[in-house]
Design a protein around this ligand. Structure first.
Ligand code: AMP
Length: 420
């Protein structure tokens, strides 16, 4: 170990586990790529105001969890705690919404940073794959995103996840509900901080995990009873489309989520094998966000799925991904001359598109064969002085154990043929 360690709340992805992370990112993004979502990448940091305005001044993310910094030039920046505000900012900046085709459908993958209390499944640096569909109000779009996330999790072999669904209403009906809820909450026996929250974001109080708070919330007014007709109809349509797709979900009227920008459809994916950090992904509609960050009216919907927690969910379910070996051929030279010759063969194989690796460092046959085994290679190529004198290399099929001498000049072509 060096003098240094990964900072608190972070961890390194190293082989072989890192391969699972790559596969998870790939599996989550595949259904998006097949459904008209284009790839977007934005900076790891943004003007701090973007998140303050976008995510919400009163949210935990903004008040407690943001990594902020002042540059030497005096700019106030924050490491991105989430993806939606940045993606919308970038789409507006590039005028993607003016190019004609709405919705603008985008997907992304990257690192996010929140100064949280670290625990299993909760880190200060984590990884998400996300999707945003910008500029269109259409229940089919909300349904599409939920269906695609379900498809992604299923393609990975996950089964013990549940989809929680709710509607948060819109700018017509939510304020009415908010007031009713505030009136109810003000009469409860709550601590100072929670009392402050009642005034700033009362819906968040519903999300309080403490049993003594939950007990008092039993008779709280229900958002469902306050939804306007348009919101009700919209939500019913989303539910009908998901149901028609055969995707199971649970109505969860307590689902409010920790970001201020959500309107109407909100959803969360939870996994039952993860303990307290059970949310593997979440999202919803954010019809007002564009205006909140100075853009035009652009009703939008999106989600972000956590890669770290998805990997933990796979481990909790005991799902082993079928990750093909990365190396097909492993070359083991015995002696200086063989090293030069086989290194040439390896280069030739790589150029022909065959994944090949080489026993570096002039190790003996036994150690090198161990490495060949560990690499998962289907074939090994072994050559010593006597083989070279005869103009051949020994080609060993690692599955059958069968070994044949192949003319050196034909080795690469023979392997390319066998490997198809
Ligand atoms: P959120 O933006 O909070 O809804 O997060 C979306 C998803 O990102 C969550 O469901 C988690 O899977 C993941 N996530 C959020 N925060 C963390 C964290 N601190 N550590 C690991 N994963 C996280």
């Amino acid at each position: 170990m060096s003098t240094f360690q990964a900072p608190k709340g972070t961890y390194d992805l190293t082989p072989p586990r890192s391969a699972t992370f790559l596969a998870v990112r790939e599996a989550i993004s595949a259904p998006l790529r097949d459904s008209g979502y284009g790839y977007i990448e934005t900076p790891g940091f943004e003007n701090v105001e973007l998140f303050a305005r976008g995510v919400g001044e009163s949210t935990d993310i903004v008040t407690k969890e943001m990594y902020t910094l002042t540059t030497k030039g005096g700019d106030q920046l924050a490491l991105r705690p989430e993806g939606t505000a940045s993606v919308l900012r970038a789409a507006l900046e590039a005028n993607l919404h003016k190019a004609g085709n709405l919705p603008v459908k985008l997907w992304y993958s990257g690192s996010y940073y929140r100064y949280e209390r670290p625990q299993a499944g909760r880190y200060r640096h984590f990884s998400q794959v996300g999707a945003e569909a910008i500029g269109t109000e259409d229940p089919a779009l909300d349904a599409e995103l939920i269906i695609l996330a379900d498809q992604a999790y299923r393609s990975l072999g996950l089964r013990q996840f549940r989809i929680l669904l709710n509607s948060l209403g819109d700018k017509e009906c939510r304020p009415v509900y908010r007031e009713a809820l505030q009136t109810f909450l003000r009469d409860l026996d709550l601590d100072e901080e929670t009392r402050r929250r009642i005034e700033i974001n009362p819906l968040r109080v519903l999300d309080d995990k403490r049993a003594d708070v939950q007990k008092q919330l039993t008779d709280a007014p229900k958002l469902r009873d306050y939804l306007c007709d348009a919101c009700k109809a919209y939500h019913e349509e989303v539910r009908a489309l998901i149901t028609a797709a055969g995707v199971a979900f649970e109505d969860d009227e307590k689902l409010v989520r920790g970001l201020d920008y959500y309107t109407r459809t909100t959803f969360e994916f939870v996994h039952d094998g993860l303990g307290s950090q059970s949310a593997v992904g979440g999202g919803g509609r954010y019809d007002g966000l564009s205006e909140m960050i100075g853009g035009p009216e652009l009703p939008s919907v999106g989600w972000a799925l956590g890669v770290d927690r998805t990997v933990l969910a796979l481990e909790a379910e005991g799902v082993e991904l079928d990750l093909p070996a990365t190396t097909s051929v492993y070359a083991v030279p015995l002696g200086e001359e063989a090293r030069r010759v086989l290194f040439g063969v390896v280069t030739e194989l790589r150029r022909a598109g065959v994944a090949a690796d080489f026993a570096f460092g002039g190790r003996g046959l036994k150690g090198a064969m161990k490495s060949a085994n560990r690499s998962g290679a289907r074939y090994t190529l072994v050559a010593g002085e006597r083989d070279l004198a005869e103009g051949v290399v020994q080609l060993k099929d690692m599955e059958s154990g069968e070994q044949t001498a192949v003319p050196l000049t034909e080795a690469a072509a023979e392997l390319a043929k066998r490997l198809g």
